[in-house]
Unconditional design. Structure first.
Length: 150
């Protein structure tokens, strides 16, 4: 008798799945300003379903992003359990000094699986993907005196 795939066996497959590499969005788009926090978020899908054939069994794996690590590019890592949000609902922000930075997002994925349409079970363990890097400048704003009568 062919036993159904074990959670450990499903985990080995889970680690090889083409999970999404979530894209970092930042606000303001383009250059940031010193003293104005940069907002990070991703609007990439945070759930994906895969159907695999494992030794003749149909295995549905539902992968869900469970953790987000925002590498800010200045040596700071920010972690969140949500994908962040754009202004005015931002949850992930970072203050920079002037310079050029490359940020990227590491996503931690967990999953559940079911065999042949049966009950859903947690996949034991997580895996990660790194999204594409985004590079931007943070500028020092300089006050400019203007003549209001020009």
């Amino acid at each position: 008798m062919n036993p159904p795939p074990s959670p450990a066996e499903v985990f080995r497959y889970f680690q090889t799945l083409p999970l999404p590499e979530l894209t970092t969005q930042q606000q303001p788009p383009g250059d940031g300003l010193v003293g104005l926090p940069v907002i990070f978020y991703t609007d990439s899908p945070t759930t994906q379903t895969f159907t695999l054939d494992i030794r003749g069994f149909t295995v549905d794996i539902v992968a869900t992003a469970t953790g987000f690590t925002w590498h800010t590019g200045d040596g700071t890592d920010l972690t969140s359990t949500d994908p962040g949000a754009p202004y005015p609902d931002q949850t992930v922000t970072h203050d920079y000094s002037s310079g050029t930075y490359t940020a990227w997002l590491t996503t931690t994925w967990g999953a559940t699986f079911s065999v042949d349409g049966g009950a859903s079970t947690a996949v034991p363990g997580t895996t990660t993907t790194d999204g594409p890097p985004v590079t931007f400048d943070v500028l020092q704003a300089r006050p400019v005196l203007t003549n209001p009568y020009d």
